[in-house]
Design a binder for this molecule. Structure first.
Ligand SMILES: [Zn+2]
Length: 344
């Protein structure tokens, strides 16, 4: 099993985001990667840097899951934002096309409102390089599995599963799990994404909703009263050729590990019907009881059980780091997951 991470990812380091209307320290900061990298190191495992953090091949693959104007926006918006008199240091929207918009604006303020779904995706001067490097780590992990490695892990920070075809949200800009699935799809006919993050993977769902070749499933805190609020219901089952290939299992807020593991089991039974040839795990660790985003109540040992269960899947697998925020337990949660998983 190979592990990937690029130090270039740290160049995305916004210090604040808006929480309940107030500027607050961002939990999605480089310290996360340090804690996760330390946990991998303590297991005696080695993180490899992706060979390239930007390439025409990576951009071509990203263009299969994100729109061209969104990719251009991510790359250019900070400079265009800064050119406005009185602009803030971080790009942050102050207007949104709620209910939908009729035309795509040329102005940076309008474009920020179009593409940045919420106030948890501030963009700084060096953010794009870090965002792209995070995707490059996902690409390297997926490539290694396509080349014969049984499984691989990418320490993706920033995370990706809230990022849709042309929308950033929830600390996510490029959908790393969708990218990994896209790469596995180059080699395999049927690919699945199993999302065990605390939050519903709404961006991933959006990207593959009408496709039958990439199955998406998510266990998460019920979005009736939890982020991302507007998606994540059990009645969202896919459309067109993707009908039946999207499975959501929302759990009551505060659910414990037993409830979560039972839901993972149900999700994997549904996955079995799809008979995937390769699987991406959207590996959030924020369902832990101490996570600052507080929604579920898993213990560290529950991640060992989740890892062990997913490790039983006898197909090539790519693990993509999603959420999980700085607490004393963050590193231990990844260690426990990997120890359980590596017994496969
Ligand atoms: Zn999350």
């Amino acid at each position: 099993m190979k592990f990937f991470y690029s130090a270039a990812q740290d160049s995305h380091a916004p210090e604040t985001f808006l929480l309940r209307g107030q500027p607050a320290p961002s939990p999605e900061r480089p310290e996360r990667a340090l804690r996760l990298a330390d946990a991998i190191d303590e297991l005696g495992l080695t993180l490899n840097a992706p060979a390239e953090v930007d390439s025409p091949r990576l951009r071509d693959r990203l263009a299969r899951i994100h729109t061209p104007r969104y990719l251009t926006f991510l790359e250019t918006i900070h400079a265009r934002w800064q050119a406005m008199p009185g602009a803030s240091a971080l790009v942050a929207p102050n207007v949104h096309p709620c209910g939908g918009g009729h035309h795509y604006p040329s102005h940076p303020v309008g474009q920020a409102g179009w593409h940045l779904h919420d106030m948890a995706c501030p963009i700084g001067a060096d953010s794009f390089a870090g965002i792209l490097a995070s995707a490059a780590s996902a690409e390297a992990a997926a490539m290694s599995v396509c080349e014969g490695e049984p499984s691989a892990y990418a320490l993706c920070r920033p995370p990706g599963h809230h990022a849709g075809p042309e929308r950033a949200g929830g600390f996510c800009f490029l959908n790393n799990s969708a990218l990994a699935a896209t790469i596995l799809r180059e080699r395999h006919d049927r690919v699945a994404i199993v999302d065990v993050d605390l939050h519903h993977g709404n961006g991933t769902q959006d990207i593959f909703y009408a496709r039958g070749d990439v199955w998406t499933g998510s266990v998460h805190a019920d979005t009736d009263a939890f982020y991302p609020f507007f998606w994540g219901g059990a009645d969202e089952t896919g459309s067109g050729e993707g009908q039946g290939a999207n499975v959501n299992l929302p759990l009551p807020l505060g659910s414990d590990g037993k409830v979560f593991l039972d839901a993972v089991e149900t999700l994997l039974q549904r996955l079995d019907d799809f008979a995937p040839e390769a699987v991406v795990v959207a590996l959030g660790l924020d369902a832990h009881k101490d996570d600052p985003l507080a929604g579920l109540a898993l213990e560290t040992e529950d991640f060992r059980k989740i890892g062990a269960r997913l490790g039983q899947l006898s197909v090539p697998m790519v693990l993509i780091q999603e959420g999980g925020y700085p607490t004393a337990a963050l590193g231990a949660n990844l260690s426990a997951f990997l120890e359980g998983y590596l017994k496969r």
